[in-house]
Write a protein that binds this ligand. Structure first.
Ligand SMILES: Nc1ncnc2c1ncn2[C@@H]1O[C@H](COP(=O)(O)OP(=O)(O)OP(=O)(O)O)[C@@H](O)[C@H]1O
Ligand SMILES: [Mg+2]
Length: 279
């Protein structure tokens, strides 16, 4: 219990840090943090052209928690890669914080990505021979951060504490449970104080309870600090932790609806029987 409270307090500190930067851009920009217009992405495979996105128009307001669903191959990850500035559209426009990033060079995209976006993936994508702490610190090294070494360490430690893993800093990924690995990945996503978190099937490898815990972390970051969350999931019950659900099919958005009864992970966790060992 004391540990849970400490983790809770740590998260508060971390989300304050993460949100102070997110808040800076609110006043003088559009309310839509993500805005796409006729977004098209085609892949060339041999002689074939695969149309992964066929003209996606989507606006995501700052502070929304958007769940993206749709069958396998419908274009969800392709969309996330473009929104996350990991890839460019074949045509169409993408405005991030009101700025057209669809024509930016690779280096410009990398700079935008490092300052605004945190990623969380199904497979955690942690470096296996590196401690939890070093994994979390990595984006600070890549991101051209001006922090001194000691400050980088402190920031990474704070983020690990924020996700309840202060006591696992020196563990390598194979010495952590799946839920713990995903929490390290979330700490890593937060370390650059992003205004958007993009998560692609983050609970795909987790059991039910651990999934709820991870969704609880996302909900707190979203509700308490206004970080915009875009979550890709196949699971309809997971999608309902969000505020809005869009469904992709064949490279297009086919449905778009608000969540009328949003699930609350914290309440659900409180109602679950206590387990001997946390995740
Ligand atoms: N690098 C690539 N090269 C060629 N085709 C690709 C590439 N990445 C994706 N595709 C194709 O683009 C389409 C959309 O793929 P995408 O990965 O976006 O789907 P998805 O909705 O994320 O599916 P899943 O739920 O299985 O993760 C698919 O038909 C896929 O085969
Ligand atoms: Mg995918």
């Amino acid at each position: 219990m004391a540990q849970a409270a400490a983790a809770q307090a740590g998260l508060e500190a971390a989300v304050v840090a993460a949100s102070s930067k997110a808040g800076d851009t609110v006043a003088d920009r559009t309310d839509n943090v993500i805005s796409t217009r006729n977004l098209v992405r085609t892949y060339e495979v041999g002689e074939h052209l695969v149309k992964a996105l066929r003209g996606v128009n989507l606006d995501v307001a700052r502070g929304e928690f958007l769940s993206v669903t749709g069958p396998s191959g419908s274009g969800k990850s392709t969309f996330m890669h473009i929104v996350g500035c990991l890839a460019k559209p074949t045509s169409g426009q993408y405005f991030l914080d009101g700025e057209d990033v669809s024509q930016m060079s690779k280096n410009e995209l990398a700079a935008v990505r490092n300052t605004k976006i945190g990623f969380v993936f199904q497979g955690f994508n942690l470096l296996s021979r590196t401690s939890a702490l070093d994994n979390v610190e990595l984006p600070l090294l890549y991101g051209g951060s001006t922090l001194k070494t000691a400050d980088r360490h402190r920031r990474a430690k704070d983020m690990l504490a924020a996700v309840g893993l202060a006591d696992r800093a020196s563990h390598h990924p194979n010495q952590l449970s799946g839920g713990q690995q995903q929490r390290v990945a979330i700490a890593r996503a937060l370390v650059n104080e992003p205004s958007i978190i993009l998560a692609d099937e983050p609970t795909g490898n987790l059991d039910t309870r651990t999934s709820i815990e991870v969704m609880g972390l996302f909900q707190r970051l979203n509700m308490e600090r206004g970080i915009t969350v875009v979550l890709i999931t196949h699971e309809h019950d997971i999608a309902e932790y969000g505020t809005r659900i869009v469904a992709f099919r064949d490279g297009l958005v086919v449905t778009d609806r608000p969540v009328t009864r949003r699930r609350a992970a914290a309440d659900e966790l409180a109602a679950l029987p206590v387990e001997a060992e946390a995740v």
